[in-house]
Design a protein around this ligand. Structure first.
Ligand code: GLC
Length: 518
């Protein structure tokens, strides 16, 4: 039986190390997530996606997994996981876990065995090893650069071979030409499906298959993942074969479980290929993460997503922020301007047909923390580029739950990244029940979205330049992307459901969204 919950859900991303810390070690954990299920139920979300909590040396905040079937002791135990899952299910909230199939940690048993066995061994065949050329011992097998900076190849300790890592040197890429890798990941899927998870977010879902012969990329070999185009290691057609094998596995399980892809592609057309009926259910649309706050850019991204996903029968999947990108409050401008626009954009998203992902802390109006001291930064991007790229720590600062106290209620042992002082006023305690707060705004927007489900998207005549107006079958949404208030005279007589900012003498302020009952 399928209720298709995932076609119009609001899904909340929990970044476990920064959500809530129950054991007071300064890092969030699964018991912390469990303790806040009530908060998430009040917010009205349908499901959680949890970033990795598996056993890991944490060289990339857990995206370097050393045991895919174990919980890292920093985050708890399998019992804590089961208890958290049960609590969430009891509150009607589904749980999506993160699966990291492109690479393991260098601490994974397989990689340790590969290093211990020699070149040409079955153990090495699970990864991408290549001989060092004695004539050119310092020249790696090709020109690929790590997404985090520096070469994508590192030598084995004996200096005889190179191994490939698209990310940090502690994240060797698995070889998806090897049937053992397929079998292992199908078994990992079943392990978590048997435990009752409702789905998987697939990390670097466009990366597992590499072009035959590992050819050089054009240029100097450096490829950005965010906003990338196709590359010999990204968005290769062969990757779809993997998902055609996984789909029947998940279909064996009851309860309408899903896959959501992190697939950075250069077009909505290529993204939709991952969403064909025998592949994945959702793929994050990152176009609005990359788009400036401008009507034309939003409209273009929305039209492309709707047209392409309709072609394969998949829901649109809208995102403004996550743990890898600068928070949208900060992307959209300084201070009040950024927050106003962020609320305006969020309300627009909530009116679109499809699925909306919310990144923890968005609902409090948190901005990027830009002034973290270098010594506390953990992101490998920062370290591998010698600080040239500041990295992603600024969107990963632990949540403020209370106005006061050590770590603003995150936990009793401080917080692994320092929180800005003004987060006291952005804490859950400060915003809870406070009319006009961003938290109350999110609660209302999510509730109204549920009561007024979008079925279509019909563009209406825009009331002014740099605005977008559309009808979604239940509400009329008007967003003002410009710098001046916009008259709403064209909608006179319509019932107002929600505004992201108080109206200014009846006009819609710059950066704001309004919903009218249709
Ligand atoms: C994904 C994750 C990111 C991680 C990378 C390598 O992009 O979202 O946080 O660093 O993959 O696993």
């Amino acid at each position: 039986m399928s209720d298709n919950w995932w076609r119009d859900a609001v899904i909340y991303q929990v970044y476990p190390r920064s959500f809530a810390d129950a054991n007071g070690d300064g890092m969030g954990d699964l018991a912390g997530v469990r303790s806040r299920i009530g908060y998430l139920a009040d917010l009205g979300v349908d499901a959680l996606w949890l970033s990795p909590f598996y056993a890991s040396p944490q060289h990339d905040a857990g995206y370097d997994v050393s045991d895919y079937r174990a919980i890292d002791p920093r985050f708890g135990t399998l019992d804590d996981f089961d208890a958290m899952l049960a609590e969430a299910h009891g509150a009607g909230i589904r749980i999506i876990v993160d699966l990291v199939p492109n690479h393991s940690s260098s601490e994974h048993e397989w990689f340790k065995a590969a290093l211990a066995s020699g070149p040409g061994s079955n153990e090495r065949a699970r990864y991408h090893f290549r001989d060092v050329d004695p004539a050119r011992p310092e020249v790696p097998p090709n020109n690929w650069q790590s997404i985090f900076g520096g070469p994508a190849w590192t030598k084995t300790p004996d200096g005889k071979q190179w191994y490939l890592h698209l990310f940090d040197s502690s994240q060797p890429d698995l070889n998806w030409d090897n049937p053992e890798v397929h079998a292992e990941f199908e078994s990992i899927l079943r392990f978590w499906l048997d435990r009752g998870v409702d789905g998987f977010r697939i990390d670097v879902a466009h990366g597992m298959v590499k072009a035959d012969g590992l050819p050089d990329t054009g240029g100097d070999g450096s490829i950005e993942m965010i906003g990338t185009t196709q590359a010999p290691f990204f968005d290769q057609d062969g990757v779809h074969e993997i998902y055609r094998r996984w789909r029947p596995v998940i279909e064996e399980y009851e309860g309408d479980r899903i896959f959501v892809a992190e697939a950075w592609t250069d077009s909505a057309e290529r993204r939709a290929l991952y969403l064909r009926p025998d592949e994945l259910h959702q793929a994050f649309n990152f176009d609005l993460v990359l788009a400036p706050f401008a009507a034309a850019d939003f409209r273009k991204a929305i039209d492309a997503e709707i047209a392409n996903n309709a072609g394969v029968g998949a829901p649109c999947t809208w995102v403004l922020s996550n743990h890898d990108v600068q928070r949208h409050v900060t992307r959209y401008g300084d201070g009040e301007l950024g927050l106003t626009r962020a609320r305006g954009a969020t309300q627009l998203l909530m009116a679109l047909p499809g699925v909306v992902y919310v990144y923890q802390g968005e609902e409090l109006g948190l901005g990027e923390v830009l002034d973290l001291p270098d010594e506390v930064r953990e992101d490998p991007t920062f370290h591998r580029t010698g600080g040239e790229q500041i990295g992603r720590d600024g969107c990963r600062v632990p949540l403020p739950w209370k106005r006061d106290g050590l770590s603003l209620g995150f936990g009793e042992g401080g917080s692994w990244l320092p929180q800005p002082e003004d987060w006291s006023d952005k804490s859950v305690e400060a915003e809870d029940g406070e009319a006009g707060s961003t938290l109350e705004f999110y609660r209302t927007a999510i509730a109204l979205r549920g009561e007024n489900k979008a079925t279509v998207l019909t563009w209406l005549e825009d009331p002014a330049e740099d605005t977008l107006a559309f009808d979604n079958g239940a509400v009329v949404n008007v967003t003002n992307f410009g710098d001046e208030p916009v008259s709403l005279a064209a909608f006179e007589g319509k019932e107002i459901l929600l505004t992201s900012t108080d109206l200014q003498e009846g006009d819609l302020p710059a950066g704001s969204t309004i919903w009218f009952k249709r």
